[in-house]
Design a protein around this ligand. Structure first.
Ligand SMILES: Cc1cc2nc3c(=O)[nH]c(=O)nc-3n(C[C@H](O)[C@H](O)[C@H](O)COP(=O)(O)O)c2cc1C
Ligand code: SF4
Ligand code: SF4
Length: 254
């Protein structure tokens, strides 16, 4: 069994690792940006594909990965796992529709509430305790789902027509065409000390250091990894100031 995931701040990574460790200890799990991910998908029949919900939608990077490699999905059994900060009508359904077109069978879907990754929005900020509680509940949900999956009772969250309507009218229609411009808003301010961490860790290789400055190549998938890791909180995207960097492991320390 194979798990492939995109994770900006670690939430999705945790969820897929926990789920697969409970279902199949032999499973292999790789980040989608890993060079081996395509070959591993070709070699495996059952794939757990996981990603964070963005604006009730699938992140560009994952959508483009599926489309660019459209020949590798035929005959595969795909389970979709998405994480979300609050609401995702059909975060899993968005990938279902594309993958089905390419001949995959969708065996199930799981949508898990996790801490919100958007570090530069005061409105979305939660307390440490709230985030800890959210993770505890997520873990419980994963444990229940794993037992059902072992018994071949696959959860089908976000896959129904009703969920499709919820995602579409709840958020996607509003954000339609707006989000293309959002990813170009990535800003690096003068507090940057050129440590190179963001350049090294961006899953899109979107950041480079040029003439002593970090520069965005405008292919950001809005994962918030660099924003949540920068030691100087020098990077913003949707907001103007980083309020609290979201990193999954932070909420597991105490
Ligand atoms: C750009 C962006 C858009 C998001 N949009 C939504 C959304 O529409 N609904 C939602 O519930 N959560 C949304 N979130 C929250 C993430 O889905 C959530 O925090 C997720 O667990 C992050 O996972 P990761 O740490 O694996 O990247 C958004 C996060 C980002 C960065
Ligand atoms: S992580 Fe922050 S400080 Fe380091 S290079 Fe990137 S923007 Fe600059
Ligand atoms: S630039 Fe930052 S937010 Fe954008 S894809 Fe890279 S790591 Fe993610």
């Amino acid at each position: 069994m194979l798990g492939v995931y995109l994770s900006g701040t670690g939430n999705t990574k945790h969820c897929i690792e926990k789920l697969l460790s409970l279902i199949d200890k032999e499973s292999v799990i790789v980040p989608i940006e890993n060079n081996d991910s395509i070959n591993l998908i070709k070699e495996n029949k059952t794939i757990y594909l996981a990603y964070p919900t963005q604006f009730s939608n699938i992140p560009y990077m994952v959508r483009d990965f599926i489309k660019k490699n459209k020949d590798i999905w035929k005959g595969k059994n795909i389970f979709l796992l998405t994480t979300m900060g609050a609401f995702s009508g059909d975060g899993t359904g968005c990938a279902k529709r594309i993958l089905r077109k390419y001949g995959a069978k969708i065996i199930g879907g799981l949508q898990i509430h996790m801490p919100d990754a958007v570090a530069d929005s005061k409105m979305l900020k939660k307390t440490f305790e709230e985030n800890q509680r959210i993770i505890m509940e997520a873990d419980k949900k994963i444990e229940i789902a794993s037992k059902n999956i072992i018994n071949k009772k696959y959860p089908k969250e976000g896959l129904s027509f009703f969920s499709h309507l919820l995602g579409l009218f709840g958020q996607r229609l509003y954000f339609f065409n707006k989000t293309n411009k959002y990813s170009k808003k990535l800003k690096i301010n003068n507090d940057c000390i050129e440590c190179g961490l963001c350049v090294k860790n961006c899953p899109m290789s979107n950041l480079i250091i040029k003439n002593g400055k970090v520069v965005s190549l405008n292919k950001c998938t809005m994962c918030y990894r660099c924003i949540s890791q920068c030691p100087k909180k020098a990077i913003t995207l949707l907001g103007k100031k980083v309020y609290e960097q979201c990193r999954f492991e932070k909420y597991c320390k105490k």
